[in-house]
Design a protein around this ligand. Structure first.
Ligand code: CTP
Length: 401
């Protein structure tokens, strides 16, 4: 994340409060200024010292608490906040916020926040959560512009199993990341991203695939959503966590990916084809498991549709098409040839020979190739690489006008 932004984190009296410490730590590590406000009851579940140590700021509880950083604490913090999240949010604090009751530092501050996004992560027993009063209060708050994160289902502290668990810190982090990580320079744009490998069945047990992890495409989808785009992610089978703020279309084969992409590309402003699509599939899929027989087994393979070639041949003038190339030799030459052949606007070329680049890694070293230039990027995380790819695409689009 860029320059320091302020996250006001409200913690109320629920057992999930212990998870909020992990969230605070993740936010601090992302170079965010984190100010924690607790209710009196929250301090019974977790000591303010935990948050004070993690954030370097005094944790305020009572309306009249002072840390001497500001004059009128709740107003100053409300003005400073780039985003406010209350996690966990109890039925009690939801009720107070929905009905204008401000009787401690947390509720006064949240109510004094007008300019920034306010997000609540309710956590409570299922019956309490489903209570019509709580449901009405949450609807009311949504009407006032609050964002309510749906609780997860699972084992609850009371011994019941059901709805009401606070989502994991990683999930809550994504909501804050979306608010503060980037300027919303992709608002109004639909971006289609493909990611991961495809699997082409040989028989009911075996398939042909490749080493693609999906990380590069997923990083692109996540960054685009955080920059304000409407994102559609068409993905082959991967083990990476799905980006939260994208429409996900899960596919297995090149054919399924082709069908999904054809439909979604129609009104896409930008298409990034990071998927490693199989170029060939078995001509016939055996309906039974193929048994061992002779020493040699030959499989007849047929070509799959080249999705990118299809998109390039139908590209609308205002559309931007970015392909990906993975090469083991002649990186620039082979990639440029693909750029021409498939009528792309840009190709992100990576060499399998480079240290830290390519499949499975969390880093990448790519060269961005357009018709007029060739920009080698340094070794970067896949997230930073995604940012640079999008920056370059926006620069290219702006020079079209
Ligand atoms: N691609 C695609 N459909 C395919 C094969 C590839 O859309 N059936 C896309 C990939 O998503 C990627 C780009 O084409 O963006 C480059 O893929 P690559 O396999 O390197 O290119 P090919 O044209 O298949 O060339 P080769 O395998 O000979 O290197």
């Amino acid at each position: 994340m860029g320059q320091k932004k302020t996250v006001v984190l409200g913690v109320t009296g629920g057992i999930a409060a212990y998870k909020t410490a992990t969230l605070a730590s993740m936010l601090v590590k992302s170079n965010l200024d984190v100010q924690v406000l607790m209710t009196e009851n929250a301090t019974k579940f977790i000591s303010p010292i935990v948050f004070e140590t993690l954030t370097g700021h005094k944790c305020l509880v009572d309306t009249f608490d002072r840390n001497f950083e500001f004059n009128v604490e709740h107003v100053a913090l409300a003005k400073l906040a780039d985003v406010v999240m209350v996690a966990p949010a109890t039925a009690n604090v939801i009720g107070k916020l929905a009905n204008g009751i401000a009787d401690d530092m947390l509720t006064t501050t949240v109510m004094a926040c007008r300019k920034c996004r306010k997000i609540l992560a309710p956590a409570m027993n299922t019956e309490m959560y489903l209570n019509p009063v709580v449901q009405d209060n949450m609807k009311k708050l949504e009407g006032y512009g609050y964002e309510i994160i749906a609780p997860a289902s699972g084992h609850l502290a009371c011994g019941d199993a059901g709805l009401g668990k606070m989502p994991e810190p990683e999930v809550l982090y994504e909501y804050i990341y979306r608010e503060v990580a980037f300027e919303k320079d992709l608002t109004g744009k639909k971006i289609l991203v493909t990611a991961g490998p495809t699997q082409e069945a040989i028989d009911p047990v075996r398939y042909i695939t490749n080493h693609s992890s999906g990380k590069m495409g997923y990083a692109l989808a996540r960054v685009c959503a955080a920059r304000g785009a409407e994102v559609v992610l068409v993905t082959g089978p991967t083990a990476v966590p799905k980006p939260l703020f994208a429409k996900i279309i899960q596919v297995t084969t090149a054919k399924e990916m082709f069908e999904a992409v054809k439909e979604e590309a129609e009104d896409a402003d930008i298409v990034c084809k990071a998927a490693a699509v199989a170029d060939y599939r078995p001509k016939a899929v055996s309906s039974e498991k193929i048994k061992k027989a002779d020493k040699v087994l030959s499989l007849e393979l047929e070509k799959t549709d080249d999705i990118l070639l299809y998109l390039g041949s139908r590209k609308k003038p205002e559309q931007f098409l970015c392909g990906f190339a993975m090469e083991t030799e002649n990186l620039a030459g082979n990639s440029r040839a693909k750029l021409e052949k498939k009528n792309l606007d840009m190709i992100a070329a990576n060499s399998l020979r480079e240290e830290g680049a390519g499949f499975q890694n969390d880093t990448n070293r790519i060269t961005l190739i357009t018709r007029k230039d060739e920009i080698p990027l340094p070794l970067l995380s896949k997230e930073e690489t995604a940012v640079r790819i999008i920056d370059k695409i926006l620069e290219e689009i702006s020079t079209r006008r």
